[in-house]
Write a protein that binds this ligand. Structure first.
Ligand SMILES: Nc1ncnc2c1ncn2[C@@H]1O[C@H](COP(=O)(O)OP(=O)(O)OP(=O)(O)O)[C@@H](O)[C@H]1O
Length: 232
């Protein structure tokens, strides 16, 4: 498998404040797969995404990507891994406010070994007419499209999405899902998404439910719906 999470555990705090957040999590994800992680609030979804993203350390277990256990990497190697393999999208865009849309994307383009063509990406994401605007001059959906462009410009193998549609109305959310579907098709990007928006599961290949830090249910979707047919 391309990405294998083996017996990963993590906890926070000590004594009375001790919380086991991830408890022996095992997941395997193929390259180019679209995977959704669902679960109640506080079940450990974001923590799981953060450990895959190397933003948070595991307590025990392994996270193996292309045969490399990233939990064993030193800081320098971890930065390289993030740079080469990962793109992140969050609920609240996290754009640099005093840079234009194009400049926000260029910051990440400059860090990449083999970036995608910025003009093509701006076009695919429908940002041509907005590229010289600042984030404060954009709607939420436009800001999220810019955040996607910024995450994708370096052509990462894995796109980690934490509630990417959480701040958007249902029409704009669907537009974003269609874009993510296109990116997965065009570039073969593996997508791992955490969300409370359950209907999104119907457009994903692998569905994982997490409860109290454990996988409570996991299956591969037999009939995946196109994003345009998702009823949000
Ligand atoms: N830095 C931290 N220090 C202490 N506890 C933490 C920390 N980060 C997360 N937690 C705890 O870990 C648990 C899981 O948090 P996490 O954010 O992964 O859940 P989640 O499933 O993503 O929740 P939500 O759907 O509400 O975003 C929660 O009980 C949370 O309070």
């Amino acid at each position: 498998m391309f990405l294998t999470i083996k017996n990963v555990s993590k906890s926070y705090g000590k004594d009375a404040s001790y919380t086991k957040v991830l408890d022996g999590v095992d997941i395997s994800i193929a390259s180019g797969e679209r995977c959704i992680i669902l679960g109640p609030s506080g079940s450990g979804k974001s923590t799981l995404l953060n450990v895959i993203g190397g933003l948070d350390e595991v307590e025990s277990g392994e996270i193996i990507i292309d045969d490399v256990d990233i939990t064993k990497l030193n800081d320098k190697k971890l930065v390289e891994y993030r740079r080469e393999y990962l793109g992140f999208i969050f609920q609240f865009y996290n754009l640099v406010p005093n840079l234009t849309v194009r400049e926000n994307i260029m910051v990440c383009e400059n860090l990449a070994k083999k970036p995608l063509d910025i003009r093509e990406l701006i076009k695919i994401l429908g940002l041509e007419e907005h590229q010289y605007k600042f984030p404060s001059q954009l709607s939420g959906g436009q800001q999220q499209r810019c955040a996607i462009a910024r995450a994708i410009i370096k052509n990462p193998k894995i796109l980690l999405c934490d509630e990417p549609t959480g701040a958007l109305d249902s029409k704009t959310a669907k537009d974003i899902l269609i874009l993510l579907e296109n990116i997965n098709k065009n570039y073969g990007t593996t997508i791992i998404m955490v969300t409370h928006n359950t209907p999104i599961k119907d457009m994903m290949d692998r569905v994982i439910h997490i409860k109290n830090g454990k996988i409570s249910n996991e299956y591969v979707n037999k009939a995946v719906l196109p994003a345009v047919e998702i009823d949000l």
